[in-house]
Design a protein around this ligand. Structure first.
Ligand SMILES: Cc1cc2nc3c(=O)[nH]c(=O)nc-3n(C[C@H](O)[C@H](O)[C@H](O)COP(=O)(O)O)c2cc1C
Length: 175
């Protein structure tokens, strides 16, 4: 049985322990892009999940201190670009390695009919119209209703695990 000292919530540094637990979670790396009429921007985000199939929808959690948060607050649409394993440099650029428009020099970026940027050779691009936003703590949950999906050629996502980029490998091959 777990000792009382090790029980979740019984120690003062629960946030640090929560962070440590999250380090063990492998997450798919995305770059979320949006434009609000004048400004367009993108940033790396792993806090992404599917929400519902009726309607097809997803959630991204964005820190309120970021420029993308500011833009998403007034944007009507956004795109979740799911990176493939070759796109670590894109993730690095969009998580602070490069700033402003310079970020889009890393990777093959295109624009759709509205000017929304998408990574043309990403594993997938999920285009959304913003359906709702719910602030909580330091972040806001942006809910997107999926309006279109494009696929790249590979299905080999870039993952982030234990503070490092990695790839997924099948545990066993069934012939
Ligand atoms: C692997 C990885 C995943 C990240 N995931 C998120 C996330 O889900 N939400 C978030 O708000 N920031 C996340 N960040 C942090 C932002 O990408 C980073 O703060 C970025 O520089 C913010 O953009 P800005 O410089 O344009 O404000 C992540 C960073 C990395 C390296």
């Amino acid at each position: 049985m777990e000792s009382a000292a090790n029980a979740i919530g019984s120690v003062p540094d629960v946030a640090a322990r929560f962070k440590a637990a999250l380090r063990g979670v492998a997450s798919t790396v995305t770059v979320v892009t949006a434009l609000d009429g004048e400004r367009h921007h993108g940033m790396t985000a792993t806090a992404f999940m599917s929400l519902s199939m009726e309607p097809p929808s997803l959630v991204v959690c964005i820190n309120r201190s970021t420029l993308l948060h500011d833009i998403l607050t007034s944007a009507r649409r956004f795109c979740v670009n799911i990176l493939d394993e070759s796109q670590e440099p894109v993730s690095v650029a969009f998580s602070g390695g490069l700033h402003g428009d310079n970020r889009f020099a890393q990777g093959s970026w295109s624009r759709d009919q509205d000017g929304l940027a998408y990574l043309a050779d990403a594993q997938a691009n999920i285009f959304c119209s913003k359906a709702a936003a719910m602030p909580y703590g330091t972040h806001t949950l942006f809910i997107g209703e999926v309006t279109d999906v494009r696929f790249g050629e590979s299905v080999s996502p870039l993952l982030y695990h234990n503070a490092a980029y990695c790839t997924s490998l099948p545990r066993s091959v069934h012939l």
